[in-house]
Design a protein around this ligand. Structure first.
Ligand code: 9UX
Length: 67
């Protein structure tokens, strides 16, 4: 399965990490998401085609930003 790395800004605690991971796993084509609190680096496991737009939108709706 393909992987993609994004950088999410605005996470300040483990609940933020959870929120980011959950909102991303909800996106069609994203199988798994692992976010690192300190770096913001978030690794996505892709099961299909996902547009950057969809990713950015989901993160934004959760209250964070993709850098
Ligand atoms: Mo933690 Mo994040 O108290 O928006 S949930 S800072």
């Amino acid at each position: 399965m393909a992987e993609k790395e994004i950088k999410v800004v605005g996470m300040h605690c483990s609940s933020c990490v959870n929120a980011v991971e959950l909102c991303l796993k909800d996106v069609d084509g994203i199988d798994d998401a692992k976010a690192d609190l300190d770096s913001g680096i978030t690794t996505l496991t892709l099961s299909g085609n996902v547009s950057d737009e969809d990713i950015n939108e989901a993160v934004k709706e959760a209250g964070f930003e993709v850098e």
